[in-house]
Design a protein around this ligand. Structure first.
Ligand SMILES: [Zn+2]
Length: 484
């Protein structure tokens, strides 16, 4: 068995081949932190959270990096609008983003990188590109010269003519080609700026991502994700910068892009008010039903956001929840706990009657994360399990054994998808004790400057769905979407 993904670079399904065996290094373009995120953006983040979880489930050791763009025209505009400094804007909306992520059951990335904390790295990269003759200083603005990078356009499959026709080109007297893009923007009055060999200014958006991704993940990392609207020019430019600077390729092994969300919010706003922001949608429908909506359609396809599609998703999600409570009622003390399980690619799936559904589920997900089929296999499992509920409750031994197996599989697969039907119940005291003990060990490691060890603890807790937030009063934690 292999995992196959639809790679945007090759425009076909390819085997997922990582740089190191059973390790996956992922970078996803995160938010520009100047407003609350839209449900369309949120779906992209929910999906990469899912892909990360699935890779862990299939036995990969995953490192997941996301950036926050915290220097940008839109941030400066927002700062002027709200009458607060730009870093006030970015801290306010970073926090809002994290709340929305948690509301939709997303785990924190292993590493969150902020552009403003990596300006020196970007200046160094830009200087390197100038040294290599692929970038030039045009009076304080620095541009990348696309004609010096012959494979420019390979990701989007566009010719230079297509690109010129399709894009709004910013005119600049110093540009040598109209499609040359800014690596460094000279400071304007009243804007945040940093010193550089070309005068004070700030980095362009594209250089942020290629510099920070390779800094943490190295050249040739495994998976770069984002919405399909970022393919051109953003990801095309990232490739040009990284590969021209390193003098090697590939920058990234696999490019994955999520489909766009078709909004029918006009119709919705008549009955529900304006629900386009992810946080508002989660409040209106509940985080888990919205997560169900986001994941039940294939990540690559365009999906519709409407009252109808959300209600359908809620109804389908309720069938799962109803089954969970019915099984718990029928099984009593025999109710299985959520199994913490990995199923490495080449492992055998065996066991009771649930095993067949695990096989179907992974068979679907291994094929480019085919979630419509994977979700259908869980619904099929629930239908089968519902048949044995009654005899199991009457105490028939065979039916009980089957129901235990179905329920265990149900919990394995739904918790993998990020649903927590049992949130807060049962073993929560034990869990809290263990997490707090690990956090103590992490603090100890940090005091000893053993950052390797403290990072490992954070990484592992992150993989298990524990979000850690460092506050002045010490670390706080919560479980994915669950309550603290
Ligand atoms: Zn990016």
């Amino acid at each position: 068995m292999t995992l196959r993904v639809y790679d945007s670079m090759f425009r076909e399904l390819v085997d997922f081949q990582t740089r190191e065996a059973q390790r996956a290094y992922i970078y996803v373009c995160g938010p520009t932190v100047y407003n609350r995120i839209h449900i369309g953006n949120a779906r992209t983040f929910v999906w990469f959270d899912m892909i990360r979880r699935y890779l862990v489930y299939r036995g990969y050791d995953v490192t997941y990096v996301m950036n926050y763009t915290d220097v940008d025209d839109k941030i400066i505009e927002r700062a002027n609008l709200e009458g607060i400094p730009p870093d006030g804007v970015t801290s306010k909306y970073s926090k809002a983003f994290e709340e929305d992520m948690a509301a939709l059951g997303m785990r924190s990335p292993d590493i969150v990188v902020r552009a403003t904390e990596h300006i020196a790295d970007m200046v160094e990269a830009i200087a390197g590109l100038i040294d290599k003759g692929v970038a030039y200083d045009a009076g304080g603005d620095v541009f990348f010269s696309i004609e010096k990078f012959p494979s420019y356009g390979k990701l989007s499959g566009r010719t230079l003519e297509d690109m010129r026709a399709g894009e709004r080109i910013e005119p600049h007297p110093g540009k040598s080609h109209p499609l040359d893009f800014a690596l460094w923007k000279a400071a304007k009055e009243g804007e945040p700026s940093w010193p550089s060999p070309w005068g004070p200014g700030r980095p362009g958006w594209h250089i942020e991502c290629s510099v920070m991704s390779t800094k943490y993940l190295g050249m040739g990392f495994d998976l770069h994700g984002g919405g399909s609207d970022l393919t051109f020019p953003h990801h095309e430019n990232e490739i040009a910068q990284a590969e021209a600077l390193a003098g090697t390729e590939p920058f990234v092994r696999h490019w994955l892009h999520t489909g766009m969300v078709q909004m029918e919010s006009e119709k919705m706003s008549k009955s529900l008010g304006n629900v386009e922001l992810a946080g508002d949608v989660a409040k209106a429908f509940g985080g888990e039903p919205v997560r169900y909506w986001a994941l039940s359609g294939s990540y690559r396809s365009q999906v519709t956001f409407s009252e109808e599609t959300l209600k359908d998703a809620s109804a389908a999600y309720d069938r799962w929840r109803t089954f969970f409570f019915a099984a718990r009622h029928a099984l009593g003390d025999d109710m299985p706990a959520v199994p913490v399980r990995v199923r490495p690619i080449d492992s055998e799936v065996d066991g009771g009657v649930g095993a067949e559904f695990v096989k179907r589920f992974v068979g679907s997900m291994d094929e480019d994360f085919n979630s419509p089929e994977a979700f259908a296999s869980i619904h099929e499992l629930v239908r089968e399990a519902n048949r044995v509920l009654e005899p199991a409750q009457r105490g028939e031994a065979e039916a009980r054994a089957e129901l235990v197996s179905y329920t265990e599989t149900f919990l394995e697969l739904t918790s993998l998808l990020g649903f927590q039907f049992d949130a807060g119940a049962g073993s929560s005291r034990l869990l809290a004790g263990l997490v707090e003990y690990l956090l103590e060990l992490r603090e100890e490691a940090r005091r000893e400057k053993a950052f390797d060890r403290s990072d490992r603890i954070r990484h592992k807790l992150g993989e298990l769905g524990v979000t850690i937030e460092d506050t002045p009063a010490g670390p706080r934690w919560r479980l994915g979407a669950g309550e603290t």
